[in-house]
Design a protein around this ligand. Structure first.
Ligand code: SAM
Length: 248
């Protein structure tokens, strides 16, 4: 049987592709891509021309079967997404699962990932972190998700788009409190790369007052609830339990 290579591509700067990624992309029988036009251009930039197969959210389930059949017939195929690492807030999960279930080799060609790039420069605790990807688009579902995450002790990592960044930050302030420390990483590896660092309230204000800070692609990292807060919560519960003994 062949091999499915899951290949990371750049998240902005076209220099951020590995030597092995280029070798693999050059050598495979075909490349499964989220947006074939976009990926054809990307490959052309590196002087690579390979047959492309469109594999996106809407056809992945049915296409996975056909791709797995090609792998079983001995072909070497690559999976790429529009940017960064496939499967990370991008299509590919169903295909990888189907390939593995069929006993086909699946091999990673690691590289850029916006979440990890942001975490590596945020200066927030990185020993344990929690990747949350995109928040729900609907306001009610988003607020409910944030309410559930407010007590999380690990650093939280979110993806956000330009058209919702301001609204989302306001929801974060409401759910986590304006004092919580956060970092907003914008346009990583690109011309307008910016890192904003401060309380959630201060990030919201900077995004509100500067239209440029609302443009591009974002990773928002929020520090987990501190041990002090944990201690206060535990102390509060202890006091409550003591008081409760005296309640009728
Ligand atoms: N698979 C990609 C990865 O490995 O990071 C993520 C794909 S997801 C559809 C796109 C989101 O990733 C954007 O909305 C943004 O939140 C984040 N992102 C991608 N590139 C970025 C960059 N250069 N700077 C900041 N965030 C980025």
């Amino acid at each position: 049987a062949g091999t499915l290579y899951v290949v990371a591509t750049p998240i902005g700067n076209l220099g951020d592709i590995t030597q092995r990624a280029l070798e693999v992309l050059r050598g495979v029988d075909a490349v499964c891509a989220e947006d074939t036009r976009h990926s054809r251009q990307l490959l052309a930039h590196y002087g690579i021309e390979r047959p492309l197969v469109a594999l996106h959210e809407h056809n992945e389930a049915e296409l996975a079967e056909r791709v797995v059949a090609r792998l079983q017939a001995g072909e070497a195929l690559a999976l790429v997404s529009d940017a960064g690492t496939p499967l990370v807030s991008d299509p590919g999960f169903r295909l990888v699962r189907a390939a593995r279930a069929a006993g086909v080799a699946v091999s990673p060609i690691p590289g850029a990932c916006a979440a990890i790039a942001a975490l590596s420069v945020a200066g927030l605790p990185s020993d344990r972190f929690c990747f949350e990807g995109f928040l729900p688009a609907k306001a009610a579902a988003r607020r409910e998700r944030l309410a559930r995450l407010a007590g999380e002790p690990r650093t939280l990592v979110f993806y956000e788009s330009a058209h919702r960044i301001e609204e989302s930050l306001a929801d974060f302030v409401a759910a986590f409190g304006g004092e919580r420390r956060a970092v907003l990483a914008r346009e990583l590896t690109k011309l307008f790369e910016t890192m904003l660092d401060g309380s959630l309230q201060s990030l919201l204000e900077r995004v509100q007052h500067d239209a440029n800070q609302r443009k591009g692609e974002f990773v928002l990292l929020v520090e987990g609830i501190g041990e002090d807060a944990d201690a206060r919560l535990i102390e509060g519960r202890r006091l409550y339990a003591k008081l409760a003994e005296h309640l009728p």
